[in-house]
Ligand binder design. Structure first.
Ligand code: GCU
Length: 422
């Protein structure tokens, strides 16, 4: 069961060691260092400072995308095709009044002249009755689909484990909060949003050996190996695959919101930076390799993350294990690539491992790009003045790492402010 190693690590860390000290610490509620440097619109490498929106979109964005892939995440495929192998309605009245459907999917990837393909994987989607074009919250979690959307008709391979049920769920929700495995789907549907989910480990397993083997296999043809993508990028691409499947019979343009917690919070941001079809992001406690700056890093260091999760990133990220102070690219660039689309960065005050202050300073660093688009961007000078209608919205609550009962109401406030009856 894939959740056990994570649980054991966290529980052990709560009892002893540096993580415990961090868990007992509080994030400052005012920016505790300079905003991201260099300034997001300043010169970048050999490129001149950006003075217009056109220069940002035409010149700077492609350079930043390349730098993110080369230095942190590894390379996405040059192109790909998604095939819907099967699609069926499982229940016309699920989760208090939604239509539940299941897609069977496979993707072919092209890197240069090479082609490879993913394992077969599945997507489950529940849509509010009578509203086939409702905005869709695209959800990936470290629990399988049948835990995210618990329903007996959802396909589950015979030997599949899961997070759901019994003592494991009890312990997990005790440690990581009520919504860690299962979002409040009835409430989300009733508020007017569809929910779609894949289990990203179905095509890019979240394991060192197995994950790396799958990622290498998927990116074969790419030489040298140090350009292969990491699992964070593969899972980010997973959000795009979900949209590809949903778009095949979309009757009208829809809003797609990538939602992810922690490691999938990193992927949800990366997905939006690379896929303009994503209209908004809810990235909760994404931390290192997500919203938090690499420079002046608190909490989890680059060194710690690449040692524990070598399959998550490009090999090149290891260059910054010494501290990241010499990095030209940083996480404010990732946020800036999403502008002017709405982003919610979720945080918790005692989740210092995820460096909430570094995420706030990254948002400050990305803000000038939102302003370049004429968007209001960040609407708060400190971490706790929640403004859900802002395009760069920053949420912090008391407590620790997880998805707890206060979180989804805040997420829904943000969604309503930006996507309801638009
Ligand atoms: C670990 C890891 C974090 C990650 C988290 C999660 O704590 O260090 O970077 O965000 O797992 O995904 O739960």
């Amino acid at each position: 069961m894939k959740i056990w190693p994570l649980l054991i690590v966290v529980i052990a860390a709560l009892g002893a060691g540096s993580c415990a000290k961090l868990t007992l610490a509080w994030a400052d509620l005012i920016p505790d260092g300079p905003a991201a440097r260099p300034e997001v619109l300043a010169g970048f490498g050999s490129q001149a400072p950006i003075t217009s929106l056109e220069a940002w979109t035409e010149q700077r964005k492609p350079v930043l995308k390349d730098a993110l892939q080369a230095n942190i995440y590894g390379y996405f495929p040059d192109s790909y095709q998604l095939t819907v192998l099967d699609r069926k309605v499982l229940d016309e009245n699920a989760f208090g009044g939604g239509r539940l459907e299941e897609y069977k999917l496979r993707a072919q990837l092209h890197f240069g002249d090479e082609t490879s393909e993913t394992e077969i994987f599945y997507m489950d989607v529940v849509t509010p009755a009578g509203d086939p074009n409702a905005p869709v919250v695209l959800i990936q979690t470290f629990c399988p689909r049948w835990d995210t959307l618990p329903h007996p008709a959802i396909y589950r391979p015979e030997d599949a484990g899961g997070c759901g049920g019994g003592a494991v769920t009890g312990l997990m929700t005790y440690v990581f909060g009520r919504y860690i495995a299962t979002p409040p789907t009835e409430v989300i549907l009733a508020r007017g949003y569809a929910v779609a989910t894949i289990y990203p480990s179905e095509f890019a397993p979240d394991r060192k050996e197995k994950g790396l083997a799958a990622l290498k296999q998927m990116s074969r043809g790419l030489a040298p190996d140090n350009q292969r993508w990491g699992a964070i990028a593969a899972w980010a691409w997973g959000y795009s695959l979900m949209i590809d499947a949903l778009e095949q019979d979309a009757e009208a343009p829809r809003d797609y919101i990538s939602w992810g917690h922690s490691r999938y919070g990193k992927s949800a941001l990366l997905a939006a930076a690379f896929d303009e079809r994503i209209s908004g992001v809810i990235s909760h406690q994404s931390g290192t390799g997500g919203a938090s700056l690499n420079r002046q890093k608190k909490g989890e260091s680059v060194k710690a993350i690449i040692e524990t999760f070598p399959h998550w990133f490009a090999k090149a990220y290891a260059k910054y294990a010494g501290g990241g102070e010499d990095m030209l690219i940083d996480q404010h660039h990732l946020l800036a690539l999403i502008a002017p689309r709405p982003v919610l960065l979720g945080n918790a005050r005692r989740d210092v491992w995820s460096d909430p202050n570094g995420a706030f300073r990254a948002a400050l660093g990305a803000d000038p790009v939102y302003k370049l688009y004429g968007s209001q961007g960040l609407d708060q000078g400190r971490l706790d003045t929640w403004s859900p209608g802002a395009d760069l919205a920053y949420w912090i609550r008391p407590g620790t790492h997880g998805v707890v009962k206060e979180d989804w109401p805040a997420f829904l406030e943000f969604l309503d402010a930006h996507f309801l009856n638009k």
